[in-house]
Design a protein around this ligand. Structure first.
Ligand code: ARG
Length: 273
């Protein structure tokens, strides 16, 4: 296994207007208290971790009234200099899509508009030369064909079955070009078989890890940034030679989000992967 870290370029959105005002996934309870200042401090720490690892963090301006805009992974899918904008399932998040689209346009990416519900890197992950595409809760199966057409990577449809793991990035994380970690039970039997076939050496996470959003992790191929509560998973990753960095995003988790949700990978072109 090659354990070389790849310098990354990320897009993040400060949680200035973060709140849990509505419930569109089972993690969200609008009656439970949220510490908005703590959410910002925890997010700043995540941004610092990336900077300390040598990654570039770009920022999109947060928009008042869009409390979930902090989850930049849902803002698009960006590969080889092409940016596919998003279309949210829920009306509460709909206005985030044009904000992210405008950012991609200004940043010079080649833009594509989604024809169906598509929640970006929340459900679409590049791994092992395939686009792993989740469906079942958010991103529509119909959007998978468009992804393949736009990006030219074979799309592997993965059926999510547990409402707590409603986005693919809550159930599976890409560790490097060849390896993923995932929670088998979050997928249909057929999708589990597909994952075993594609990734025979994958790390299998436990329910306890997934329940703290441990799989919502960000890897540069060597360092894995993950929720500090996911201790079993961190141990398994260290056994495989990864360096793990735990972060606490307790407040954002009340909206169903972790480190990966806050982080959109910007893949400039083929040369920089
Ligand atoms: N409250 C947000 C939603 O339900 C959380 C999104 C988390 N993002 C992610 N990439 N999993 O849409």
């Amino acid at each position: 296994m090659t354990m070389d870290a790849t310098r990354q370029r990320f897009l993040m959105c400060r949680p200035t207007y973060f709140a849990v005002d509505y419930a569109i996934n089972p993690w969200m309870d609008p009656t439970a208290p949220v510490d908005a200042d703590l959410a910002v401090r925890q997010w700043e720490r995540l941004r610092q971790v990336y900077r300390d690892l040598g990654h570039t963090v770009e920022e999109i301006a947060p928009v008042a009234g869009l409390p979930d805009m902090v989850f930049a992974a849902n803002g698009g899918t960006v590969i080889d200099g092409k940016a596919m904008a998003v279309q949210f399932r829920d009306p509460q998040r709909a206005d985030e899509a044009p904000a992210y689209r405008a950012w991609f346009e200004a940043a010079g990416f080649e833009l594509y508009d989604p024809k169906h519900v598509n929640e970006g890197e929340g459900d679409i992950l590049l791994a092992g030369g395939h686009l792993l595409a989740g469906t079942g809760f958010r991103t529509a199966h119909a959007s998978h064909a468009q992804l393949q057409e736009v990006f030219g990577y074979p799309v592997i449809t993965l059926q999510l079955v547990d409402p707590r793991f409603y986005h693919l990035d809550t159930a599976l994380t890409v560790l490097d070009e060849q390896t993923v970690a995932y929670l088998p039970e979050a997928f249909s039997p057929g999708s589990q078989a597909v994952l075993r076939r594609l990734f025979p050496d994958a790390v299998h996470a436990t329910m306890a890890d997934a329940e703290v959003l441990g799989l919502n992790a960000v890897s540069d191929g060597r360092h894995v940034v993950l929720p500090e509560q996911a201790t079993d998973l961190a141990g398994k990753l260290r056994d495989r030679g990864y360096q793990t960095i735990g972060v606490d995003l307790s407040e954002l988790r009340k909206a169903g989000g972790g480190p990966k949700c806050c982080t959109l990978r910007l893949r400039q072109g083929k040369a920089s992967r």
